[in-house]
Design a binder for this molecule. Structure first.
Ligand SMILES: [Fe+2]
Length: 211
């Protein structure tokens, strides 16, 4: 096993690549999609990420939700084939919200627009809701459950992550109700221990099995 794959080393790393003596990117910049569902895709990312249009033309639209000039670009390419579900490639991209309130508010805002997650899972380090865009690309909206890498590493050390690296599914309506009833964040966000035989059942259903 290489050093970089050992769980628990991240907290000990210097914060920057330069401090490690490496030349590496300073940030993750953007994602570009090519689509034949141009208007739908632009609308979906504007809606889901509350993104602003920085530039738009019939060829491409550039969106951002923060101080980056663009985080998402969508290229209009009519006539593309849909990717088969079982094809290789990016599995999902993930976006982190600042607070649990923000994640829940986003879930409720999107639900009212009939945009629903296909998978809600407490991974342990994150509480995550996964959505599919109009081209079936998968997008994770999440919060970090812990405040620091040290706390994440402590959780890895004492959790059942070895037998369950997936997580435990949750019902967002139930979790939101418990949150608003005043349940403490510590119990609300603690990933339950499950029987190893239940781990495979935590995966989402394949798209064709969804109603
Ligand atoms: Fe993820």
């Amino acid at each position: 096993m290489s050093e970089s794959t050992v769980a628990g080393t991240a907290a000990a790393l210097p914060k920057t690549a330069r401090a490690r003596g490496k030349i590496a990117p300073i940030k993750f910049a953007h994602i570009v999609f090519k689509t034949s569902r141009y208007d739908e895709m632009v609308k979906w990312y504007r809606t889901v990420l509350e993104a602003e249009v920085m530039s738009a033309s019939p060829m491409a639209t550039f969106l951002t939700y923060d101080d980056e000039h663009h985080r998402i670009a969508i290229a209009n390419m009519p006539g593309l084939a849909d990717a088969p579900h079982q094809s290789a490639g990016m599995e999902h991209c993930a976006f982190t919200y600042e607070t649990l309130d923000d994640l829940f508010a986003t879930f409720e805002r999107l639900s009212a627009l009939d945009i629903h997650p296909y998978w809600c899972i407490n991974h342990g380090p994150t509480l995550s809701m996964y959505y599919r865009d109009p081209d079936s690309n998968q997008v994770e909206l999440q919060i970090d459950i812990f405040d620091s890498n040290e706390a994440v590493n402590a959780w890895f050390a004492e959790s059942d992550f070895d037998s369950n690296p997936i997580g435990v599914k949750f019902d967002p309506a139930d979790l939101i109700q418990r949150y608003r009833a005043g349940e403490d964040r510590t119990t609300l966000l603690a990933r339950p221990r499950i029987d190893p035989g239940q781990v495979m059942a935590q995966f989402p259903a394949p798209p064709e099995a969804e109603g």
